[in-house]
Design a protein around this ligand. Structure first.
Ligand code: TYD
Ligand code: MG
Length: 481
């Protein structure tokens, strides 16, 4: 019975076969055949209308379009998650009945984040449910105990106090069977439900193993149906592949309302949460968290942290970046060292490799700083990603400062204060060696001024990269590295 209830469909051309094949006989593509439930409620795929019940053949009544102005759109209040950073990334809170996909590599803190969110919601009187397919109920309890522990000597300067006692009030279901999970949601009627993770859930009607493309798609589809029908805000936890893409079919990203990525390096304490798709808000916002012994804590003023921790040595500058609508000061570090490799190494963290290549080429061509025989390493500190053209100048200054062994700012601009304040900068580097303006210059400047970094090197001050180097590295001698 179970076997005949499924078909195998090519995701590329739609060809159907009764059993799984490595190559699609229809279009010749490899590895595109996935298992699907044979009886789709919409019946769109089969082509043949279901016999018996289908009485709508022929004269189908036409639909009636409505002017957008006349469409009723009640403003549903959003659910506050208790973590301001999460609310901001979601666009003002969790929308009831929405489906959110939270991706991130293993151990980054997805479960911890969602435990915290559910704890806050439960504490505020919202009905919640935590479905764990990965960990036993006892394991989840142990984590909740850490979150619930009163904040001891952990003297955090910012972020709310942890000690989230309500974390232990969250109802948990340790289950991987999709039918049981859905029945439980229908019975318990939570307002917010977390499925940790979508890859561990499985539908026994499909023969594919949990986590296979067909299974993940089916599981997500069924959960979405329940979410919309019962108005349950559902958060699906999704694993991330080695390449950083969300595992499972891309169709999952189309299906859900919001895709959140939880990023950072496991060895570091900083984590960023950002939306790569959001039907209810902007995708520009990012939240910064810190993993402490007592759980995840919001970093309310990340600029203060990053500037305070800046090294103030050769090869280090502060970038005035924008995280959505919020300015953020982060340290960019570079190391330039003689290479034995041809071509030499270019390693970067937190910036795009191609932009690094571009900046190095412009430095070589227009600023007389060749790195062709040197390895270049660039790192945005704290695991932050600075994926914007405005980061170019910081990369250029960090590399030039590292290559020449000169501390940015040095003693030429400082008022004798020792150690000198870090040099802040922003701007896009053009191919002809000019500096180009970037969005929100005033906000970036204001943020730098807030931390006493008044003399910001920007396109407004320095029209070319050469000018910027002269300003930021005052003792710079002319010539190659
Ligand atoms: P986890 O949330 O389980 O990650 P994920 O669900 O993304 O796989 O936890 C990640 C790590 O965080 C874990 O290795 C231990 C650490 N951690 C802390 O440092 N402090 C804490 O309070 C908790 C709960 C976890
Ligand atoms: Mg987990």
């Amino acid at each position: 019975m179970a076997r005949s209830a499924t078909i195998h469909v090519c995701t590329a051309c739609g060809h159907e076969t009764p059993r799984w094949l490595g190559q699609c006989p229809g279009c010749g593509a490899w590895g595109t055949i996935t298992e699907e439930r044979a009886t789709k409620p919409s019946g769109g795929r089969g082509g043949k209308p279901a016999a018996g019940s289908g009485a709508r053949a022929g004269g189908v009544p036409a639909g009636r379009p409505t002017r957008l102005r006349d469409v009723s759109a009640p403003r549903v209040p959003r659910l506050r998650t208790g973590l301001g950073e999460v609310d901001r990334v979601l666009g003002g809170g969790l929308v009831p009945g929405s489906l959110v996909l939270l991706g991130g590599s293993p151990g980054i803190g997805k479960s911890t984040l969602l435990n915290t969110v559910l704890g806050h919601l439960q504490g505020a009187g919202t009905r919640t449910l935590y479905v764990s397919g990965e960990e036993s109920a006892a394991q989840v309890r142990l984590r909740a105990e850490r979150l619930a522990a009163p904040p001891a000597e952990d003297g955090g300067a910012d972020g709310p106090p942890v000690g989230l006692a309500a974390a232990l009030d969250v109802p948990i279901l340790a289950e991987t069977d999709l039918a049981t999970v859905i029945a439980t949601i229908e019975e318990e009627r939570p307002e917010v439900c977390v499925i940790d993770s979508v890859q561990t859930m499985h539908d026994p009607d499909l023969t594919g193993a949990p986590g296979s493309v067909g299974q993940v798609r089916e599981v997500a589809g069924r959960l979405m149906e329940v979410a919309k029908r019962l108005d349950v805000a559902t958060v699906l936890v999704g694993h991330v592949t080695k390449e950083g893409a969300l595992a499972g079919p891309r169709v999952l990203e189309h299906l859900v309302d919001c895709v959140l990525q939880f990023e950072g390096e496991r060895e570091r304490t900083y984590r960023t949460l950002r939306a790569s798709k959001n039907r209810f808000g902007s995708t520009n916002e990012a939240g910064v968290f810190e993993m402490r012994g007592v759980g995840l804590v919001e970093v309310l003023d990340p600029s203060a942290r990053f500037v305070g921790e800046a090294t103030r040595a050769a090869g280090s500058v502060v970038l005035c970046a924008m995280e959505g609508t919020r300015p953020l000061l982060v340290e960019v570090q570079a190391l330039v060292s003689p290479s034995e490799l041809v071509p030499p190494r270019r390693v970067c963290n937190g910036i795009d490799r191609n932009r690094l290549a571009l900046v190095l080429a412009v430095l070589g061509r227009h600023a007389g700083l060749s790195t062709s025989t040197h390895d270049v390493f660039v790192n945005v500190v704290g695991g932050v990603r600075a994926d914007e053209p405005g980061a170019d100048l910081a990369v250029a200054l960090a590399v030039a400062s590292a290559a020449r062994g000169i501390v940015p700012g040095g003693d030429g601009t400082g008022e004798g204060a020792e150690p000198p304040l870090p040099v802040a900068c922003f701007g896009e580097v053009g191919l002809t060696g000019e500096l180009r303006g970037v969005a929100h210059a005033d906000r970036r400047l204001a943020e730098a001024r807030k931390f006493g970094l008044g003399a910001v090197v920007s396109p407004e001050r320095c029209p070319t990269l050469r000018d910027a180097l002269r300003t930021a590295l005052p003792r710079a001698r002319k010539g190659a590295a």
